[in-house]
Write a protein that binds this ligand. Structure first.
Ligand code: PEP
Ligand code: MN
Length: 696
């Protein structure tokens, strides 16, 4: 920092002012000159930054250098103290300048050319979200058309519909905490975080007239606004706090009502925009009241590894002791510092939790990518919400500060190292890593409601090939439940060889299946055939089945991989075990570890049975992978007389369960009549199954 230059400049201006007795206009002119001088210097600074950015373009160093920033701040503070200017004022100004130059360099590296963006926010014009959105766009050097929506959900709806390019929503406040609804939206939809912004919330109380506070009877604000000023509101016991969809909207409502006994809590900017008088400034309980906003998009935006980033994810841990701790150790062990951990209830699963986790790191960095891979195998479900330039870094962490070893080994290499210690019978595959037994020595146990599939448990899934009618599915559900089944099966979208065969009842059938499941207390499993069906199916079905014919429908595999729902992956009609495990890897690599494999017979030269049930697959899969595997002897043999013996054999071979087709009147079944068991046959199968030792 060139102290001399700064001092000379200021002294000169002071000299001009004190030469003669200036009138007010002279003074103002001098002030204007100083101001444009400041702007001129900022412009000079911006040009220098641009030059630095292009130097950095060709180097691998990070653009945010915490030590350098500290030095700059200390330098300017020293000058300020010398000149008798408030050091904290100078610090504030320079923080803004520094953060702007980081943004400027990041733009340069990431090649963001600005442009015009359509951006949704929640609230009315002049709301805090509006201000934060403008700040974010200014930092990116982008212009925007901002659209306010009354709810978070509507703002996200506009984003999903493609009406806007981005949505900027508040995610947490330093006083009031997390904003649950925004977390819920992140969980429910395919949204990515592409940026964050912080905004200092400075609440004031405003009314139509300069009235005494004691005369107020009603105070309007967004619930967060009321919560953040709770202590101040307690000093006004006669005024009733009234929630409003937005702080700026509350200001507008007070202005429109023209009632001097009403006031609103919001920003001074919103008060002014609505022609209101500010009765009291700085009414937040906590002076350091900041809100953090996330910038959402429908697609991820990779960020240059030299830009300091945060990564956010949703994590569901396995049902094991110390599961969360193990996940956190993976992050800390690889040098990633966690900035936030928030636990939320897992919908539809009482007393189960999912975690929202932020850490400093960029998934484009191979070391972070390796840590995420490790997390995927340790967790039950992971959804990476995005890596994005960090605005608020708690630590001095910068890109390039992750330890070099051992995390720099590529995951494939480290698996090979593990493989060296494995028995020779395991041929290590390059097609999959996460589902490999080497990635996880313990069996994966998939939880379906209260039931555990995998490990020592044995789960029987039974029901008709196709759901045909209310009576058919309810009668079957009751019968199989009473005879020991744990899960109700029933196809509603049927992959039939001929287009003229019964194609299933579709969504109507799903309603019947779900109703029968509810009535009998059985979770339900049903096949999903198309990408477009996945989200809707996941809302209703407990397990989503991927049929044999879709085992290599990679788009479909990726889609179910994004869900926090168990998936039953059937083996393809003519797929090798390796191809099957690679298909499972598609699901798991997306974040969903809840995969159950199902052997259902393969196509061979043998024509005495519909398929050849490959029971050796059970032992091979259990050796090569940690995923649970069940057996479907119905499709495996195609003939009802062979189903029971093959079911017992499957259990003896170590399968974790069975998938059996059962029908009240098998010969009249609209699909797979030959292989469907009658109620009596199912009951007898189950009786004798108890005598067979289960999986070890
Ligand atoms: C089914 O389970 O009804 C089915 C169609 O199975 P697969 O995909 O194994 O043929
Ligand atoms: Mn069938």
């Amino acid at each position: 920092m060139k102290h001399g230059l700064q001092r000379a400049h200021v002294t000169m201006k002071a000299g001009t002012v004190s030469d003669h007795q200036p009138d007010l206009d002279d003074l103002r002119r001098s002030l204007d000159e100083v101001d444009s001088g400041i702007v001129g210097l900022i412009a000079q600074r911006v040009r220098l930054i641009a030059e630095i950015a292009s130097r950095k373009q060709s180097s691998s160093s990070g653009i945010q250098d915490a030590d350098r920033e500290r030095q700059v701040l200390a330098g300017v503070e020293a000058v300020a103290t010398e000149l008798g200017v408030s050091a904290s004022l100078v610090r504030r100004i320079f923080r803004e300048l520094l953060s702007d130059s980081v943004a400027q360099q990041a733009r340069h590296l990431n090649g963001q050319a600005g442009g015009r963006l359509r951006v949704a926010f929640q609230g009315a014009a002049h709301a805090y979200s509006d201000a934060a959105t403008r700040k974010y766009l200014a930092g990116r050097g982008a212009a925007g058309d901002l659209v306010g929506f009354s709810t978070f959900r509507q703002a996200v709806g506009a984003l999903l519909a493609g009406d806007v390019d981005l949505a900027v929503l508040p995610i947490e406040n330093t006083t009031a905490g997390s904003i649950n609804e925004v977390y819920a939206l992140l969980r429910e939809h395919q949204l990515f975080i592409v940026g964050e912004e912080t905004w200092k919330v400075d609440h004031c109380l405003a009314a139509v007239d300069d009235v005494p506070l004691s005369s107020l009877s009603r105070i309007l604000s967004h619930p967060q606004g009321l919560e953040q000023c709770a202590q101040f509101l307690q000093t006004l016991p006669d005024a009733i706090p009234t929630t409003y969809f937005d702080t700026a909207g509350a200001m507008a409502a007070v202005a429109a009502a023209g009632d001097p006994t009403m006031a609103a809590i919001g920003s001074a900017e919103a008060a002014e925009a609505n022609g209101l008088m500010v009765l009291r400034h700085g009414i937040s309980d906590n002076e350091d009241n900041y809100t953090r906003f996330v910038v959402l998009s429908t697609s991820a935006a990779p960020v240059d590894v030299r830009i300091a980033c945060k990564t956010s994810l949703i994590l569901v841990t396995r049902h094991e002791e110390g599961a969360l701790l193990r996940c956190l150790e993976i992050l800390s062990g690889s040098g990633h510092s966690m900035t936030k951990l928030e636990s939320r209830p897992r919908p539809g699963r009482p007393w189960e939790y999912l975690f929202f986790l932020d850490f400093e790191g960029n998934s484009a960095d191979p070391r972070t990518a390796a840590a995420l891979d490790e997390l995927r195998s340790a967790a039950q479900y992971i959804k990476v919400l995005g890596s994005y330039p960090a605005k608020a870094l708690r630590h001095s962490a910068q890109p390039g500060t992750l330890p070099e070893s051992p995390a720099t080994e590529s995951p494939a290499e480290s698996l090979e190292a593990v493989a060296a210690d494995q028995p020779a019978t395991i041929r290590r595959s390059r097609q999959y890593r996460l589902v490999d037994r080497a990635a996880r020595p313990a069996d994966t146990v998939v939880r379906v409601g209260d039931l555990l599939v995998g490990g020592d448990g044995f789960a029987v899934m039974a029901g008709p090939c196709s759901v045909e009618s209310t009576d058919q599915i309810t009668e079957t559900a009751r019968f199989v439940r009473d005879h020991g089944a744990h899960i109700l099966r029933g196809g509603v979208f049927k992959p039939r060889t001929s287009p003229y065969s019964f194609q299933g009842l579709g969504w109507e059938g799903l309603d019947l299946l779900v109703a029968a499941g509810r009535e009998t207390g059985l979770p339900v499993v049903t096949e999903v055939m198309a990408v477009e069906q996945v989200q809707r199916m996941a809302k209703e079905a407990d397990i989503l089945q991927i049929g044999a014919r879709n085992m290599q429908n990679f788009d479909l595999l990726r889609e179910v991989g994004k869900l926090d729902r168990p998936v039953l992956l059937k083996r393809g009609l003519s797929s090798t075990i390796e191809e099957w495990l690679a298909a499972a890897e598609y699901i798991v690599a997306q974040g969903n570890q809840q995969v159950i494999l199902c052997e259902r017979g393969i196509r061979t030269f043998e024509s005495a049975t519909r398929n050849t049930l490959d029971l050796s697959a059970v032992v091979v899969v259990r050796e090569r992978s940690h995923l649970p595997i069940i057996v479907d002897p119905s499709h495996g043999t195609g003939l009802r007389g062979y189903v029971a013996p093959m079911a017992w054999a499957a259990r003896a071979a170590g399968a974790h369960g069975l998938l059996i087709e059962v029908h009240p009147t098998p010969d009249e079944a609209l699909s797979d009549a030959d292989q469907s068991l009658s109620f009596g046959e199912f009951a007898s199968l189950m009786r004798q199954l108890a005598a067979v030792p289960g999986p070890r």
